[in-house]
Design a protein around this ligand. Structure first.
Ligand code: FPP
Length: 256
């Protein structure tokens, strides 16, 4: 790994990094390989990025591994992705446990094949004690569906008289999302050059810093991740406030 252009500031690392891992198909096609080979290579990037995130002390890493829309892909590719996911879960379990990484999954998980659901549940249970990093796989995930299921759950609470419409605010709403209890992502990385959110973490990304790289996901390794983190550290995050207010908060704290 080459040295970064300037050293990372450990005090300014993102707490939560989310990644849209795009470009596996193109990576394979450019080499005259089947698309599935791109996904196989993509798993190596998942391993590399997870290790580095853990080493740097990033607390939450969320990876978009399979979208709701991905169900429309050819059956062969879907089956290959599910098989890869299962193999990944089996192979990574001991490393996750050794490194105190807790696995989580978000999305419409009931759509996944039963054996995938079972393997996921087992890995989640077997890593639940991991206190150093939460690795979340978004599977059969869609941001709009996530918001709709939250609205339905809230509507049921109101219909049952357990909640008043006036009780709903952003903090309460967040508790009905798949990501309940997780901080919003500070940094969202997208590989392979597309400037879209593609229905990923729509609510949670309201103030997230976006970083797009031309690098295809199977080529995204330590150097690329470090570059994204350096870019993040150079950003000025204001959350809608003025620069003066930000400086004032840094000196006197948020409420004074
Ligand atoms: C996008 O590339 C990537 C996916 C749809 C799946 C991502 C999956 C992996 C990286 C491997 C499995 C993951 C785990 C966690 C084991 P694309 O196929 O849309 O690429 P393209 O846009 O070039 O066609």
């Amino acid at each position: 790994m080459t040295e970064p252009a300037f050293p990372l500031d450990p005090g300014k690392l993102p707490r939560h990094v989310a990644i849209i891992m795009d470009g596996n198909g193109r990576w394979a096609q450019r080499r005259g390989l089947l698309r599935v080979r791109g996904h196989v290579a993509g798993v190596e990037s998942v391993r590399t990025v997870t290790r580095l995130a853990r080493k740097l002390g990033i607390s939450y890493l969320t990876l978009f591994a399979f979208s709701e829309e991905n169900w429309q892909r050819p059956g062969l590719e879907i089956r290959a992705l599910m098989a890869l996911l299962r193999r990944y879960l089996h192979r990574e379990l001991s490393e996750m446990q050794e490194n105190q990484i807790a696995l989580q999954a978000i999305g419409n998980l009931s759509q996944l094949p039963e054996e995938v659901q079972r393997d996921l549940a087992q890995t989640i249970a077997a890593t639940a004690d991991g206190a150093r990093m939460v690795l979340t796989l978004a599977l059969s995930y869609g941001g709009r569906s996530e918001i709709i299921q939250a609205v339905k759950a809230l509507a049921r609470e109101i219909a049952a008289g357990r909640l008043q419409p006036e009780d709903i605010d952003a903090a309460l709403f967040s508790r009905y999302l798949y990501t309940a209890g997780m901080p919003d992502p500070d940094l969202l990385i997208r590989t392979s050059g597309e400037y879209r959110l593609s229905n990923f973490l729509l609510w949670q990304s309201a103030y997230t810093e976006l970083y797009v790289t031309e690098t295809l996901w199977p080529d995204f390794r330590e150097d690329d991740f470090m570059k994204a983190l350096e870019a993040y550290q150079q950003r000025e995050r204001r959350f809608g406030l003025t620069q003066e207010q930000i400086e004032d908060q840094a000196t006197n704290g948020p409420r004074h």
